[in-house]
Design a protein around this ligand. Structure first.
Ligand SMILES: [Zn+2]
Length: 331
């Protein structure tokens, strides 16, 4: 499948089309072992004292806002909460605002990507991104598809992860500058054929058309990483489009013995990493636990998430941002 194909509409399936298999597992296992060895020999990586309970508290707090769909009052409330949080911690917080037509009415919806920069003076950087909007309705819910949707895993988990990581960013020494990017408009969609990834697409086009003073060596998108039963296999587009960050991230998990990162390619997912790879040309990996039974249902609530899962992902990310591999290509 080409990159262009993978960004196209998938009428028979939701945006995350699951393609099971282990197409690259053999080849990957070899490079993962090499990667883990080289990481071990090169590095000293102080662990981030990530507080799982506090992270879960952030997740609960975000969900208490209720719906955070793009353009809603809940979204504004969340934006304020998140941006003040990171400002207090000393990060540089910027907003990337734009309008997108509402899929039902065509009226403009004001969107805001949030850009949180650590060591903002660094010219070479990595980005770690999530989406922070929630889907308008839990349309996969069999009994209540127009019921309340708080998106504990699908929305709040990435935000809570970043909020807790932010408490420790001043104490660790990343290889490069680090940006947390929170995308708006990931799923302002009312059916399976809607237009996804409005925020990440806007960000990617801005980066391509109006290059900033810095460059991103790699990107990592996290999505649905708060699941109580965490299991994160590799995603097919990430392996193909962003092999370096993907392999090195799973090598980091191996070095840390975080077994929830399974070094097998198991599915293909359309997510915010696609515009970053295809439009911005930033090799970007998607870290997603797709096997979540409450996906797009009223039951995507904090009780089905766990701070310990967030802590496991944070350990791997922290190790990785202190051991970012060299780039094989130059912009
Ligand atoms: Zn979703």
């Amino acid at each position: 499948m080409s990159a262009a194909d993978s960004t196209g509409p998938a009428p028979a399936a939701p945006r995350r089309s699951l393609v099971r298999g282990a197409l690259f597992a053999g080849g990957l296992s070899v490079s993962l072992i090499v990667g883990a060895n080289s990481l071990r020999s090169e590095t000293k990586s102080p662990e981030m004292p990530f507080d799982a309970e506090r992270a879960y508290g952030y997740l609960v707090k975000i969900c208490r806002i209720g719906s955070r769909m793009s353009g809603s009052t809940g979204m504004s409330e969340q934006l304020k909460l998140v941006s003040e949080h990171f400002q207090k911690l000393g990060a540089e917080v910027k907003f990337q605002s734009f309008d997108a037509p509402h899929p039902l009415t065509g009226d403009p919806v004001r969107m805001h990507n949030i850009l949180v920069a650590w060591q903002p003076q660094a010219k070479e950087r990595v980005l770690i991104a999530c989406h922070y909007d929630t889907r308008p309705f839990p349309d996969m819910d069999r009994t209540n598809p127009r019921g309340p949707f708080v998106g504990a895993n699908d929305g709040a988990s990435g935000v809570a992860l970043f909020m807790e990581m932010g408490n420790h960013m001043a104490k660790i020494k990343p290889t490069l500058g680090v940006d947390f990017i929170l995308f708006d408009g990931e799923e302002l969609v009312y059916d399976r054929t809607g237009k996804y990834f409005l925020g990440s697409e806007h960000f990617a086009k801005q980066y391509r058309d109006h290059p900033p003073a810095h460059t991103y060596r790699y990107g990592i998108v996290v999505d649905m990483i708060g699941d109580k039963n965490l299991r994160i296999a590799q995603e097919k587009n990430s392996v193909k489009l962003a092999p370096e960050p993907t392999k090195s991230l799973w090598a980091a998990a191996k070095a840390l013995d975080v077994k929830e990162f399974v070094p097998k390619v198991e599915y293909e997912v359309q997510d915010d990493h696609l515009p970053l790879n295809d439009v911005a040309k930033i090799p970007t990996c998607d870290v997603i636990d797709f096997d979540y039974p409450y996906w797009h249902t009223t039951q995507d609530v904090p009780q089905n998430c766990d701070g310990k899962s967030l802590a496991k992902v944070a350990r791997v990310l922290t190790y990785w941002i202190q051991n970012v591999p060299e780039s094989k290509r130059r912009r």
